[in-house]
Design a protein around this ligand. Structure first.
Ligand SMILES: C[S@@+](CC[C@H](N)C(=O)[O-])C[C@H]1O[C@@H](n2cnc3c(N)ncnc32)[C@H](O)[C@@H]1O
Length: 278
């Protein structure tokens, strides 16, 4: 049986990167293109996700003609299916997410897109979740958050929506002031190389910012598409311990499946101990 390091290396080094899911990126140039409201309503898709664990469902509106931020990505659906059975399928994920004695889990999601992952996490875990994205994506995120208020509230969950451009100091500060988070989540947020640095900057801001505080973790669901993505992981490993904690089976026609990673600040424990002894 292959261990997680081998799985990770295999995913990072593979040359075979043709995946049907890649086609979604073709529509990126249409991002933010103005469209009459009637057209938007005509072209929207509502997708229902049954959540077995809470005997409920969330319904997500997509606006495909508006670009990639308005569509559901494969890593999101894989992440949600794992969240829905996290206590059975991944002990690492389960131990990160189950902490009933400490009150609701506080989650910050980066690059939420349609909001499926954050909204489903709030519903399943009874978590307080802030879903975020670029400002032009916020109206659809709000629409989906409001449309799922009942399912989210079943276990005491809550969803807030906020604009957060990666690396945008003012927006990162506003988010940090507003709440303290236990977990940061992201799905399919590593795709274009010009976004690697802003994303890493954001992760460093939230995970390395105050080293005297408790350990925070970034849980990232990711479907590898290009070899160049190894650059992101190499850079990330300078500051974070990166581990694959779950591997989904590949979807039809693919060699690699969605992987779930955790990123934890390097030497976090050591630094906390030093700070406490001073
Ligand atoms: C590939 S989509 C994934 C969306 C969603 N997480 C999913 O899995 O369905 C990447 C998301 O990252 C967001 N994004 C891209 N660049 C960003 C930036 N500089 N700051 C914040 N979000 C960004 C996009 O708007 C988009 O929603």
């Amino acid at each position: 049986m292959r261990n997680t390091k081998e799985t990770e290396r295999e995913a990072e080094d593979s040359d075979q990167e043709i995946n049907p899911c890649t086609v979604l990126l073709v529509q990126e140039h249409e991002e933010g293109k103005p469209e009459a409201i009637d057209d938007l309503v005509l072209h929207h898709h509502q997708q229902t996700f049954n959540l077995e664990s809470i005997k409920s469902a969330v319904v997500i509106r997509q606006l495909p003609s508006q670009g990639l931020s308005f569509q559901l990505w494969p890593a999101a659906t894989a992440f949600v299916s794992l969240l829905d059975r996290h206590d059975r399928s991944s002990t690492t994920l389960s131990s990160l997410l189950n902490r009933p004695h400490l009150g609701p889990l506080r989650i910050l999601e980066l690059g939420s897109g349609t909001g499926l992952v954050g909204i489903a996490a709030a519903a399943i875990l009874g978590a307080h979740v802030t879903v975020t994205d670029l400002s032009h994506v916020i109206p659809n995120l709000k629409f989906n958050a409001e449309a799922n208020m009942n399912a989210v509230g079943l276990n005491g969950g809550k969803v807030e929506v906020a604009a957060l451009g990666w690396g945008v100091e003012k927006e990162m500060e506003a988010i940090k002031e507003n709440d303290e988070y236990d977990v940061i989540m992201g799905s399919d947020v590593v795709y274009h190389d010009h976004l690697y640095n802003p994303l890493l900057q954001t992760l460093k801001y939230f995970l390395l910012g105050d080293r005297t505080k408790k350990e925070m973790v970034f849980v990232m669901s990711h479907l590898k598409r290009w070899k160049k993505e190894s650059v992101f992981f190499k850079k990330a490993k300078k500051d974070f311990d990166v581990e694959v904690i779950h591997k989904h089976d590949p979807c039809d026609g693919s060699r690699v499946g969605v992987l779930l990673y955790t990123f934890v600040a390097k030497n976090k424990k050591k630094k906390v101990e030093v700070a406490e002894s001073q």
